[in-house]
Design a protein around this ligand. Structure first.
Ligand code: PGA
Length: 239
């Protein structure tokens, strides 16, 4: 069971140091995996503050080349050099706001894995796609692109994040999450996280579904108490 906090564009280095010092007092991984995915500029602060805690630090993106004329990008090898052990790729905010495509997400995933990082590759349908019953088509296309580029890897995790549930307070029902996860399971042998408005109040019921192997948590990961409560819920369902 993996609980990953996706901080998005929150917490600079100073706040990260303070938060992580607090986090290690409240969250002992103990039977589950705990990850925080922090902004690039806060990675060093997080790695330093969480050293020896068992909580791992991931980036939120990584480029598919190690060097080159790619202004604004960061390479997987550069992240590994900092003590970062993984990265998110293909988050729907990257896809919707920054032109990420199935192809670029897949290239990022493949290169990060080849560089020794763990990868959380995000997939998920828009509300209109769900309404038109296209959820499985979309998931098949998105997961297919990733698998085609990466092949099987023990360091690949998929995050199912229905776009209509991200940051909206609307959560997929446990049945909706389970059915999407079971479908993804037919496509890939990898842990599958659920993401989209996971909170302390709904974590246990979502994580209790048989094909839900963890959670990618946005808003609720920004507060130590709520993130710790989600980790505790994960621990209670995984024993
Ligand atoms: P949310 O974000 O928990 O705030 O909905 C999840 C995500 O975007 O990974």
């Amino acid at each position: 069971m993996l609980i990953a906090g996706n901080w998005k564009l929150f917490k600079g280095p100073t706040e990260t140091s303070e938060f992580c010092a607090e986090l290690r007092r409240h969250v002992v991984p103990n039977g589950i995996d705990v990850v925080v995915c922090v902004p690039f500029v806060s990675l060093v602060a997080a790695v330093t503050a969480l050293d020896g805690s068992g909580v791992r630090v991931f980036a939120q993106n990584a480029h598919w080349q190690e060097t080159g004329p790619y202004t604004g990008e960061v390479a997987a090898g550069m992240l590994a050099e900092l003590g970062v052990t993984g990265t998110i790729v293909g988050h729907s905010e990257r896809r919707q706001l920054f032109g990420e495509t199935d192809e670029t997400a897949a290239r990022r995933a493949a290169h990060a894995l080849a560089s020794g990082l763990d990868v959380i590759a995000c997939v998920g349908e828009l509300e209109a796609e769900r309404d038109e019953e296209l959820t499985e088509d979309v998931l098949g296309r998105q997961v297919g692109a990733i698998i085609e580029a990466t092949g099987a890897s023990p360091r690949l995790t998929i995050a199912y994040e229905p776009v209509w549930a991200i940051g909206t307070g609307k959560t997929a029902t446990p049945e909706q999450a389970q059915s999407a996860h079971a479908f993804i399971r037919t496509l890939v042998d990898a842990p599958i996280l659920y993401g989209g408005s996971v909170k302390p109040e709904n974590a246990a019921v979502l994580l209790g579904e048989p094909d839900v192997d963890g959670a990618l948590v946005g808003g609720a990961s920004l507060d130590v108490d709520s993130f710790a409560a989600i980790c505790a819920a994960a621990r209670s369902v995984s024993v």
